[in-house]
Write a new protein. Structure first.
Length: 186
C-alpha cells in the first residue's frame, strides 16, 4: 500500500476531496489531505483562483513543501487541478517520490524548472479532452515523454469532483479505477 499526499483544487479542501481520499483509504492506502487554503472553500472556480492568486504561487509551493516535510520521501503525490501542480512539482523535485497522479491539470516540465523528469517516477495524468484549463499540447508533450495520459470525453474541468457542476459520474468512476490500478503498481 502507498502513502499518498492528495492536494485539493482551487475550490479548497471540499467534501469531494475527502470522499476521494476515503475511497483510497478503503483500499488500504494512507492518504494525507493538506489544506493549502486555511479552511476556505469555494463553489466557483473564479473565486478559488482569486484566493490562489492572493496567496501567490511561491507561497502555495511553500505550503505544499511544509505539508510533506515530516513525511518519508517515498510517497505518491496526487492533486486536483491547482493541486496537481503541487503534486507534479514535488514529485519532480523531492527525491524518493513513488509517483504522481495529476487530475485535471499538468504543467510542462519547463514550468517546473526541471530539465527532465526523474527516472523511475511514474506519472498518471487525467483530463477532459475539451477542458479549457488544460493545454492539449502539454498533454501530448508529457505523453511523448512517457507519462500515462488518460483523456475523457467532454469539456468539464473538475469532472471527478462530485460537488462540481461539471461532475461526470462515468468519467469520475473511470478515473478512480485508473488511479487504483496505478497505485497497485506503485
Amino acid at each position: 500500500m502507498s502513502t499518498i499526499v492528495l492536494f485539493h483544487s482551487a475550490l479548497g479542501l471540499r467534501p469531494a476531496v475527502h470522499r476521494f481520499a476515503d475511497a483510497l483509504r478503503a483500499d488500504g492506502h494512507v492518504v494525507h489531505t493538506p489544506d493549502l487554503f486555511d479552511g476556505e472553500v469555494f463553489d466557483r472556480l473564479e473565486d478559488g483562483v482569486a484566493k490562489r492568486d492572493a496567496i501567490g504561487i511561491p507561497a502555495l509551493m511553500g505550503r505544499a513543501m511544509q505539508a510533506v516535510a515530516e513525511l518519508p520521501p517515498d510517497v505518491v503525490y496526487a492533486g486536483f487541478s491547482m493541486g496537481a501542480a503541487s503534486a507534479q512539482w514535488l514529485a519532480a523535485t523531492r527525491p524518493g517520490a513513488r509517483g504522481a497522479i495529476l487530475m485535471h491539470a499538468a504543467l510542462p516540465l519547463a514550468a517546473l524548472g526541471v530539465a527532465s523528469w526523474p527516472e523511475g517516477v511514474p506519472v498518471q495524468v487525467h483530463a477532459a479532452e475539451g477542458d479549457p484549463w488544460v493545454d492539449a499540447g502539454v498533454l501530448a508533450e508529457l505523453e511523448a515523454g512517457g507519462f500515462e495520459v488518460h483523456r475523457y470525453p467532454g469539456e468539464g474541468h473538475l469532472f471527478a469532483d462530485e460537488d462540481a457542476p461539471e461532475h461526470d459520474p462515468q468519467s469520475a468512476a473511470r478515473l478512480l479505477t485508473e488511479v487504483r490500478r496505478f497505485l497497485s503498481a506503485s
